[in-house]
Design a binder for this molecule. Structure first.
Ligand code: NAD
Length: 249
């Protein structure tokens, strides 16, 4: 069964970079019409032009702006995210709030407005780009871990409510993926630990991972497309670790 999404419309958040851009490419290749959302207007427009997609520049921490987006789509990929690393007792409350808003409340706002159309058409796919940090915690990532654990819960509720309407909802849970978000963490940790970037990769990031390599964005996008395709019709309320064995511990 190949993933043919001709005639389907998909909205992908955080599409200007990394995993979101890879998802946009993959869903476009499967024939979907795309609405791409991101804060970063220029790279978003460039990708949209290349894929024949619609670019919707939006700051997902602005929930009024989120509620203004046209979300009458068949597929929602909740992907936009950001990271902040600090001990809990020093974690800035405003950053905690921002991360929860972008990574949990915005997905809720998008999905709640997309569902009526999906229900009407009797078909819908919600794919939430969670993380291994939706299933496991790490120190110093309180907002990110909290948001991703929340997203796991939201995804399961969407799955239960959507089932009778032909709507599925699932999470994908990568370990570290080769994207700007991770490249920044590698550079930051190298300077804070006083070690090289290769050492950060081996000794810090990949320490809990059995397969000592970064995941590529295209691998995540392939799983996202699979979850939108006909072979995944019975899959809902699930979470798929793409984590090189991290959660096998
Ligand atoms: P990235 O930084 O390459 O891309 C994230 C995108 O989200 C950017 O284009 C950014 O502009 C956009 N974004 C951030 N804040 C936004 C806001 N307020 N409004 C609109 N857009 C906003 O990161 P990535 O690694 O591709 O991450 C994508 C998703 O994958 C995130 O949810 C992240 O938590 C998740 N994830 C990443 C990894 C990893 O190792 N890179 C691992 C597991 C999960």
């Amino acid at each position: 069964m190949t993933t043919d999404l001709t005639g389907r419309t998909a909205l992908v958040t955080g599409a200007a970079s990394g995993i979101g851009a890879a998802c946009a490419e993959r869903l476009a290749a499967a024939g979907a019409s795309l609405r791409l959302v991101d804060l970063a207007a220029e790279p978003l427009q460039q990708l949209a032009d290349r894929l024949g997609a619609t670019a919707l520049t939006c700051d997902l921490s602005d929930l009024d702006a989120v509620d203004g987006l046209d979300v009458d789509v068949d597929i929602v990929v909740n992907n936009a995210g950001l990271q902040h690393v600090a001990p809990l007792h020093e974690f800035p409350p405003e950053v905690f709030h921002q991360i929860l808003t972008v990574m949990l409340e915005a997905p809720f706002r998008l999905v709640r407005r997309a569902l009526p159309g999906m229900y009407e058409r009797g078909w819908g796919r919600v794919v939430n780009v969670s993380s291994v940090h939706g299933l496991r915690a790490s120190p110093f990532k309180s907002a990110y871990v909290t948001a991703k654990h929340g997203l796991e819960g939201l995804s399961k509720v969407i799955a239960l409510e959507g089932a009778e309407h032909g709507v599925t909802s699932n999470c994908v849970n990568p370990a570290y993926v080769r994207t700007p978000l991770v490249e920044k963490q590698i550079a930051d940790q190298a300077s804070s630990h006083g070690i090289s970037e290769d050492e950060v990769l081996e000794q810090v990031l990949l320490e809990p991972v059995a397969l000592k390599r970064l995941v590529e964005p295209a691998e995540v996008a392939e799983l996202v497309a699979y979850l939108c395709g006909p072979a995944a019709t019975s899959i809902t309320g699930s979470s798929f670790a793409l984590d090189g064995g991290w959660t096998a511990h």
